[in-house]
Write a protein that binds this ligand. Structure first.
Ligand SMILES: Cc1cc2nc3c(=O)[nH]c(=O)nc-3n(C[C@H](O)[C@H](O)[C@H](O)COP(=O)(O)O)c2cc1C
Length: 370
């Protein structure tokens, strides 16, 4: 295939895989698309380790890194135990519900360990983004994507000076305008169907709106793409490529453990709901007793970024340790209903492209027969 996006990165197929899992990134790039590693939750040391592994396995194929550029989140890296900065009301609410439902509690040591490992990665301050960016710049990346927020001009200038393209995820026309003003090379328009943080405009409406607004800047369509018919729709609406997240979660290469895979494969499109319980921002994730608890009328208010993510760590680990799938959740979009069995990344891409070609044939036949 040949689109502005394939030309931009010298790839064969305009399929972009967002993933927190390095194996998915490598497998996508090797299969002719482009993998983009989600680095937002990593420390600089962890990112360095992951990128080194990618460099050693990707056979020189292009790949990218995705991170957060926002200074709105509060800093939680100041040495104080994150457990102590969380309000008791929210922590006690969730713990009491889980205890009542028979989910065994964690040991104090386990809780503290979890907070220490996890919470120090969640501050999303300018300094943290800068440190991640510096690590990424030491590797042969071809793309940096802002998951959230407008990157400072100095960051964009440095990427551009090194020949690296800059992209940004948007869920509305207003966000797209800000990113274009900042000088990005690529816009990823994510409709509300998508997994993770998401807006409220559906892909069918958002994609052509953003394509028209930002032209000639190329747009990748995201949110609700997991097969070839959905891919054909994205191109029909003006996209230059597709950017998928949920579809890779069920692949052989994905980092999800067996319990979470079972939850994922069983979930229907209607189970991918919006919850504030994950991060404090609207996030599409799989419905579970955890998400239902935050949606209950007597629930306390979810905390702000990044405190809600810190708070969710303990119940998530508690459910994981006791194999309580009814309490497990994971960010996923509505295409989760199409993810029912493990396939390799390569097979997913092959199926997608085959169905895309069939769809195009079908559309041509429709024109001829009229
Ligand atoms: C598990 C998961 C985690 C995500 N985390 C991020 C993230 O850290 N940064 C980001 O830019 N997008 C993130 N997203 C959104 C994806 O980049 C992508 O836009 C979205 O998954 C596309 O919609 P789809 O889920 O229907 O494929 C995440 C998506 C999922 C499913």
């Amino acid at each position: 295939m040949k689109t502005v996006a394939t030309e931009m990165f010298g790839i064969e197929t305009p399929v972009f895989a967002f993933s927190h899992c390095r194996d998915v990134v490598v497998a996508t790039s090797k299969a002719g698309g482009m993998g983009v590693l989600g680095a937002a939750w990593m420390t600089p040391e962890h990112l360095e380790q992951e990128l080194k592994w990618i460099d050693d396995h990707i056979d020189g194929k292009p790949y990218g890194v995705d991170m957060i550029f926002t200074s709105t989140a509060s800093d939680v890296s100041g040495g104080k135990s994150p457990r102590k900065i969380l309000p008791a009301e929210q922590v006690d609410y969730m713990n009491a519900l889980m205890t009542k439902d028979g989910v065994p509690p964690l040991s104090d040591e386990d809780v503290e360990g979890w907070y220490e490992d996890y919470a120090s990665n969640l501050s999303f301050t300018q300094e943290e983004s800068d440190a991640l960016f510096e690590v990424a710049m030491r590797h042969p990346i071809k793309l940096v994507v802002s998951a959230l927020g407008v990157a400072p001009p100095a960051i964009l200038d440095r990427a551009h000076a090194a020949g690296i393209k800059f992209g940004a995820l948007v869920g509305s026309a207003r966000q797209a305008e800000k990113q274009v003003e900042a000088g990005v090379d690529l816009i990823i328009a994510q409709g509300t169907e998508g997994g993770g943080h998401t807006g409220n405009v559906a892909s069918m409406v958002l994609w052509p709106e953003i394509v028209d607004l930002v032209a000639p800047i190329p747009v990748l369509a995201a949110g609700g793409i997991g097969n070839g018919r959905q891919m054909a729709a994205a191109f029909a609406l003006g996209a230059e490529g597709v950017w998928c997240g949920t579809i890779w979660l069920g692949t052989v290469e994905s980092e999800l453990n067996q319990d979470m895979r079972d939850v994922l494969y069983a979930a229907k499109s209607t189970d991918a709901i919006i919850t504030y319980g994950y991060t404090g921002k609207p996030c599409r994730a799989i419905r579970s007793k955890y998400t239902e608890a935050w949606a209950a009328s007597d629930a306390p208010k979810p905390l702000k970024v990044p405190l809600q993510s810190i708070l969710s760590g303990e119940p998530f680990r508690r459910a994981e340790r006791s194999h309580r799938k009814d309490w497990m959740t994971y960010s996923a979009g509505q295409v989760v209903g199409q993810v029912n069995e493990p396939k390799t990344v390569k097979q997913v891409m092959y199926d997608m492209l085959t169905e895309y070609a069939e769809s195009m044939d079908r559309m041509t036949t429709i024109i001829e027969s009229e």
